[in-house]
Design a protein around this ligand. Structure first.
Ligand code: COA
Length: 321
């Protein structure tokens, strides 16, 4: 069976860091509350870096590790919901910057589920024999989206990008599933303002990310284990065969609750949200890249990725490294 193997990974986060004490200087919060409720300690915040700039830096690292030439890339998909420009899309900006002159590029807005949806889309193209080499990126400037006067949301998010290069090879098919529940969409809404408005007025608040935190929490804790089980049912792979569960990094307590529901040791659920917070579509590829560069993956290992977020949407996939 033809499947998309990961040839290389890359990531980029802006150098500017805001820790929880910095947040406490902007809104009425503190390090203890944020750590206890979310597990977040710091977040990287873009200053002049745009979404497509961060996507390009991550892509160049993934390409370098892959050992391929940019001209070999046939498709660039950028999962983002916070690009500064609607068009040209971020993927076309990346295509230009990395000189992938033979590629078609487009963006995919799946919010925090975006990277997993884009990865699955790329896998479908590859297994159908339509494309051989696809660059998949998750990139977000969440700092432009949040209301910096709303302590219940602004502490949760950060900026960054991660990328993978997929190449058609013989291998086990990727198993995948994805769902939406548009009825519950109002639980998490966002409108990009493309600026950091530290002094937004109360009347502006609807124009930023608005969230029913507890509703989203409950949704994630229920739907992520469900989709993991749904994917496993499609295969002869059992929960015990999975080396790592690479989940969207929104909240440590969500990940712990998922591990508990699946009766699986938390050590198989790697996390880096303490350092980066929730970078939406970028969390999964940033974590993949960090794990890859630490040498945590071996060929043949079975990995499960899962994302969840606005829409509401949730998606997952099981693949072999
Ligand atoms: N610092 C201090 N206090 C805060 C705070 C902050 N940053 N944010 C909210 N509070 C307060 C609230 O105002 C409330 O105070 P009150 O009891 O006086 O009204 C209290 O803390 C409890 O708020 P609540 O919303 O019930 O807290 P919670 O335990 O549900 O935690 C979240 C809030 C947002 C951390 C939690 O619901 C969550 O993580 N949800 C998932 C969100 C998410 O990950 N979304 C993205 C998915 S892609």
């Amino acid at each position: 069976m033809i499947t998309g193997k990961i040839l290389g990974t890359g990531s980029y986060v802006p150098p500017r860091v805001m820790d929880n004490d910095d947040m406490a200087r902007i809104v009425d919060t503190n390090d203890e509350w944020i750590r206890e409720r979310t597990g977040i300690g710091r977040r990287h915040i873009a200053e002049n870096e745009t979404t497509s700039y961060m996507a390009t830096r991550a892509a160049l690292r993934a390409i370098e590790q892959s050992g391929i030439a940019p001209e070999e890339i046939e498709m660039v998909i950028v999962a983002t919901s916070s690009s500064e420009t609607i068009y040209p899309c971020a993927a076309c900006e990346v295509q230009r910057e990395i000189k992938a002159e033979n590629a078609v590029g487009y963006d995919l807005n799946g919010a925090c589920t975006g990277f997993v949806l884009a990865f699955n889309t790329a896998q479908a193209y590859i297994s159908a024999g339509l494309y051989r080499t696809i660059l998949v990126i998750g990139a977000e400037s969440m700092s432009h989206m949040v209301n910096w006067t709303d302590r219940s949301t602004c502490i949760l998010f950060g900026d960054g990008a991660g990328a993978v290069v997929l190449r058609a090879q013989e291998g086990e098919p990727v198993r995948m599933a994805a769902h939406s529940d548009g009825e519950k969409g109002p639980a998490l809404k966002g409108l990009s303002r493309h600026r950091k408005d530290w002094d937004c007025k109360d009347s502006d608040k609807d124009a930023y990310i608005r969230m029913d935190g507890q509703g989203v929490f409950k949704f994630a804790v229920r739907k992520v284990p469900e989709i993991i089980e749904e994917i496993l049912e499609q295969s002869d792979v059992s929960l015990e065969d999975i080396e790592y569960f690479i989940l969207h990094q929104a909240n440590r307590r969500i990940i712990e609750a998922v591990a508990k529901r699946l009766k699986t040791d938390i050590s198989r659920f790697p996390m880096n949200l303490e350092e980066y917070a929730n970078t939406s579509a970028a969390t999964v590829p940033i974590l993949l890249d960090e794990m890859n560069r630490k040498g945590m993956f071996k060929r043949g290992q079975k990995l499960m990725m899962a994302g969840f977020g606005a829409g509401l949407t949730w998606a997952g996939c099981l693949f072999e490294w």
